[in-house]
Ligand binder design. Structure first.
Ligand code: PA5
Length: 444
């Protein structure tokens, strides 16, 4: 079970920080669980781990098996909430080096998350002559980055297998009825999976959006959902014992006391993309109306040798949230060396996990002494069940946090600004006036 430890924050928090916010937490909790808050139409994820569509779940498992049996490569096309969750879980549970490993599941490449020519060309080169399938994911079905990548990769697939053959290798995850992708998929006869109306992109990892690529990578999605459901049951009970309450209350108190950046840190390199998923979840949910903590991330101990200086002695804007996996999956002891040229024999026979643990403990106290409080989230290990717990925990705490902050945690109006400018500059029909205004700003 995930545990929230606020020992290394306590000098920065009043002892009763949680009970002091009880009324606000209760209200936020009720908004989430009874659908009474702003954005309530997007709270379908709250009971998803218990109520998910079993028939679609079975169908996506079958699709994952088919991909495993007929493809050496799966290309997952999507951006933002239609991409980060799957990549986060695959890297956390299988490894950031997943594609390099010997395995009986396909290599997985992510596309459509940039507009880089070189990245797209490199992807085509990496696929090479190998058999491949595509999972194209877009809730709106109209996002430019994945649409461009899909056009290119669909073309490549059709060249290789013909239109009919390609059809059996394309899986579209999108809205149940609207959007260009849905119409294209229905017209072409692709197998489709649904992003439920009441679940926004960044809360969708436990729907087909995340689950199809995760299952294709050979991850046990039943166990993932069991973990998420266990955490859901804990989070649905209001009160100070609720781990999401503790985390949301602690970070909100730190925000009110002047901290403006939350640094999510972990001592496992496989967590890096999970932190990217978390950054989108919190950044898009809280960063609006001039409010919100800026979500940043660090990979320790590597970043202690780069950002460590700033964290220890730079502007005092930060607090850190440390995800601590209590036990590694494997074991390794530091060997004894007769010559002891490196002076490390005092560690000989010690497990590397022990050394990593002391790095965490020492850093936490050093940062605390430097004015950077740390919340520690202890997670037993890197298993499917724990990943499911962690996902749900962060989602629920994020919903609570948004309501504590007084914003809608489920919209992202600010994401549209760049799109409008980009469409205008690209000459998309309907944006002519905007285009003239923008060009004038560049060249006047
Ligand atoms: O959280 C969100 O809603 C966004 O990050 C979207 O997931 C992202 O913009 C991609 O949108 P779509 O799935 O509609 O292509």
């Amino acid at each position: 079970m995930i545990k929230v430890d606020i020992q290394a924050v306590s000098p920065f928090l009043p002892p009763n920080f949680c009970s002091e916010q009880e009324a606000a937490l209760n209200a936020a909790h009720a908004h989430l669980t009874s659908g009474t808050g702003v954005g309530a139409e997007f709270t379908g994820w709250v009971r998803l781990p218990a109520l998910y569509d079993r028939a679609e779940f079975a169908r996506l498992k079958a699709a994952a098996h088919k991909i495993q049996s007929d493809s050496q490569v799966l290309v997952v096309i999507g951006i933002g909430g239609s991409y980060l969750g799957a990549r986060a879980v695959i890297e956390l549970l299988r490894s950031p080096n997943y594609n390099l490993k010997q395995k009986d599941t396909p290599d997985i490449f992510f596309a459509g998350n940039s507009l880089s020519t070189d990245a797209l060309l490199e992807l085509l080169e990496l696929i090479g002559d190998r058999d491949f399938s595509i999972n194209v994911i877009s809730k709106s079905g109209t996002t430019t980055e994945p649409a461009v990548a899909f056009r290119v990769l669909k073309g490549r697939l059709e060249q290789k297998y013909g239109t009919e053959g390609a059809k059996d290798r394309i899986y579209a995850t999108t809205d149940k009825e609207k959007g260009a992708l849905k119409h294209l998929a229905d017209g072409a006869g692709y197998e489709t999976f649904t992003v439920p109306d009441e679940i926004g992109g960044r809360y969708s990892v436990l729907t087909a959006v995340g689950l199809l690529p995760i299952a294709a990578a050979g991850i046990d999605i039943d166990a993932l959902m069991v973990g998420a459901e266990a955490m859901m049951r804990r989070c649905l009970i209001p009160g100070e014992e609720n781990p999401a309450w503790q985390y949301a209350a602690a970070r909100h108190t730190l925000y009110q006391s002047g901290k403006s950046i939350e640094l999510l840190a972990c001592y496992e390199p496989s967590f890096r993309m999970f932190a990217e998923w978390w950054k989108q979840l919190y950044g898009e949910s809280e960063g609006k109306q001039g409010r919100g903590l800026f979500p940043a991330s660090a990979e320790f101990t590597a970043d202690l040798h780069s950002m460590g200086q700033y964290i220890q002695e730079g502007q005092r804007l930060l607090f850190e949230t440390v995800v601590h996996f209590a036990a590694p999956l494997g074991r390794y002891s530091i060997p004894y060396d007769e010559s002891d040229g490196d002076g490390l024999n005092f560690l000989a026979g010690r497990e590397l996990a022990f050394v990593n643990e002391q790095a965490l403990r020492g850093t936490l106290l050093a940062h605390l002494d430097g004015g950077v409080p740390g919340i520690v989230l202890t997670v037993p290990n890197r298993t499917e069940a724990c990943a499911g717990e962690l996902i749900y925990f962060f989602e629920f705490a994020c919903g609570l946090s948004g309501y504590l902050l007084g914003v809608n945690p489920f919209d992202q109006p600010g994401v549209e600004a760049y799109k409008r400018n980009m469409f205008a500059l690209l000459g998309k029909p309907g944006f002519e006036e905007q285009r003239a205004k923008l060009e004038a700003r560049f060249f006047s």
